[in-house]
Design a protein around this ligand. Structure first.
Ligand SMILES: [Zn+2]
Length: 617
């Protein structure tokens, strides 16, 4: 299932033009608002979206179409009562889940991975899996995309059409390092007997499959395990995605039987109005549920007794909201936690040994794990860098996940008994994801941290959910990039020293050559932090240009003619806040450091009293 958190989407009306509505919810319960924030419902009689009234906690159509001004008695952002929401959810849920012979997942299982973190039910996450993809068109809505278009979209190699990063097949090959080769046979389009609106209330799966089988389809082709069960089945309907009732993209199971071959898990999604609308994100997300039994890593907000939604891993993982990144064309990768749960990571790097480590971006076959004395609770570390499938995630740097396979991303409270299955320790110390304030931001991942970044007494902290110390300490995190370095443990102690020069040189007025002053450093080592103090007396510092040049000749501009009319430049420049100085980090310290000062305007004059360099290495 994929939830929508307040996105604006287009909806068709039987008796009116297309409208844009704000959507909240999932296929079991959803709410729609007009652009100006009024809750609306689809009025079947009018064939139009109308303002909703609230009668004893339930939405009733006011009969006043959205195109008109809101009637009296309606207010913005109406919500149904908890009971009504629960009742509607249950009704829709049991309608979509007819009683099953073998197995029926209970309500709370969609984010609670009862099988070592995974959803229960048959998993086919390795090998050559051949799925069935049935194209479906309605009596009133024909498909704009052809079978060939969808075939390339699902199975294409080197596929980049319509802005998609790759095909669905390539996505799973990449994530699984080739362990899962998931391709689909595309059949149809089959044409259903009724108009689209009918199928918002009636599941189209059986009718579509009957039509496909009548055309001579043998379901045995999709039973790779010889279990008499179809491994994977998807229904792609024509027209734009309808976030409404039973046309809301989802995954579920339906037990049908055709010549002894049983159906089970299926996913339902749309193929859009035309091939340009084909985007791999949601299809990959739903396939992740169906094939790999991955739980959702976000929080629907209406299952566990509290209605608090939370973003879980937000835009950082396919199984939270990352399937929507770049409008679903560059979905986020599957996070290390889930890849490891299905056994896709052959290389395990244990981080319990103090020392320096490096994490390579896109190395999906590797898991970096810090184990604790609890088998179910541990920390994972992963390099996330804004390229390839990470191109649309909110931040770059080192991701640290606090994992507990007995947790659930429904439980945003973060208590000893109820906490996330996989939570991102947001480097900025915020709980934006847990409190649903955002899907992630640019300060969520660790980067360029000289000292201790994470330990038992930092915020966030590396203590376990029961409050005990995990012993995990991470420090000295490097630059974000295809490779990022970090230190487990305290690492080699940093050293620092300060050296200065008292000059007293006059700065020639309006002279592009200016003066130079030097500080020689004998210390061997790479600069980890630089703090440069400058003390210049001058009548107008906007005349001045001050540069620092490292022994290797690399230049950092410290002051460039700002501060009109201001006297005297007595400043301390810190590489932790001054980007140009930060560019000198990693430089060898040993040698002659040069400060150049040029007065580039007439009349006002001054002199260099002194300056110093404090270096940490
Ligand atoms: Zn889902």
């Amino acid at each position: 299932m994929s939830s929508i958190f307040g996105e604006f989407l287009k909806f068709s009306q039987d008796k009116g033009p297309e409208v844009q509505l704000r959507v909240y919810g999932d296929e079991f319960y959803s709410r729609y608002e007009s652009m100006s924030g009024y809750t609306v419902v689809y009025d079947q009689d009018q064939g139009l979206y109308c303002y909703a009234q609230l009668i004893s906690g339930e939405f009733i159509s006011s009969g006043v179409a959205l195109s008109q001004s809101p009637p009296n008695g309606v207010a913005r952002h109406f919500k149904e009562s908890e009971d009504v929401r629960n009742r509607k959810f249950e009704a829709r849920y049991s309608m979509m889940n007819p009683p099953a012979s073998a197995f029926k997942p209970s309500l709370n299982l969609r984010t609670f991975g009862s099988v070592k973190g995974l959803l229960d039910g048959r998993r086919v996450s390795e090998g050559e899996i051949r799925g069935l993809a049935v194209l479906v068109q309605f009596k009133d809505v024909a498909s704009g995309a052809t079978r060939e278009d969808v075939d390339r979209f699902l199975n294409g190699l080197d596929y980049h059409e319509d802005g998609n990063f790759c095909s669905v097949r390539e996505y799973f090959r990449l994530m699984s390092r080739g362990k899962l080769d998931y391709s689909n046979k595309v059949v149809g389009p089959v044409t259903l007997n009724r108009n689209r609106q009918y199928y918002t209330e009636n599941l189209l799966v059986k009718e579509a499959l009957d039509l496909a089988v009548k055309d001579g389809l043998d379901l045995g082709e999709f039973d790779s395990q010889g279990a008499g069960v179809v491994d994977a089945m998807s229904f792609l309907y024509s027209g734009q995605t309808q976030y409404q009732g039973m046309l809301w993209p989802h995954n579920n199971f339906l037990e049908l039987n055709y010549n002894g071959i049983k159906t089970y898990f299926y996913i339902l999604s749309s193929m859009g109005k035309s091939k340009e609308d084909l985007s791999i994100g949601t299809f990959c997300h739903e396939s992740g549920h169906m094939l790999c039994r991955w739980p959702d890593l976000y929080d629907y907000g209406n299952r566990d007794g509290d209605f608090e939604k939370s973003a879980g891993l937000g835009a950082f993982c396919l199984m939270s909201a990352g399937n929507h990144n770049d409008e679903g064309r560059t979905p986020a990768p599957v996070c290390a936690f889930l890849r490891n749960l299905v056994g896709w990571c052959d290389r395990v790097v244990r981080l319990n040994q103090p020392g320096e480590y490096q994490a390579v971006h896109g190395d999906y076959g590797t898991v970096m794990i810090y184990e604790t004395d609890k088998i179910n609770e541990y920390f994972l570390i992963e390099n996330r860098f804004g390229v390839d499938l990470d191109a649309s995630i909110p931040a770059s740097g080192l991701a640290v996940y606090h994992c507990d396979s007995l947790g659930s991303n429904e439980w945003q409270g973060g208590t000893a008994s109820r906490h996330y299955q996989c939570g991102l320790l947001q480097a900025d110390g915020s709980l934006d994801l847990e409190t649903n304030r955002s899907l992630g931001d640019e300060t969520d991942l660790y980067q360029r941290v000289q000292a201790i970044a994470l330990s038992h007494d930092t915020r966030p902290t590396s203590v376990l959910w029961d409050g005990s110390d995990s012993g995990l300490m991470i420090s000295n995190i490097g630059e974000p990039g295809r490779v990022i370095t970090f230190v487990i443990g305290r690492g080699v102690a940093d050293h620092a020293f300060r050296t200065s020069s008292r000059s007293g040189q006059d700065i020639p007025d309006s002279n592009s050559k200016g003066i130079e002053d030097f500080i020689s450093i004998d210390q061997v080592g790479k600069a980890k932090r630089l703090v440069v103090d400058v003390d210049i007396t001058h009548e107008n510092i906007s005349n001045l240009r001050v540069d620092l040049i490292s022994p290797s000749g690399k230049k950092a501009v410290l002051h460039n003619r700002t501060g009109i009319g201001k006297k005297n430049l007595q400043n301390s420049y810190d590489s932790q806040s001054k980007a140009s100085l930060a560019a000198l980090l990693g430089q060898s310290l040993k040698g002659r450091w040069t400060l150049t000062i040029r007065d580039l305007a007439r009349r006002e004059v001054g002199k260099l009293n002194g300056w110093s360099i404090e270096a940490t290495y």
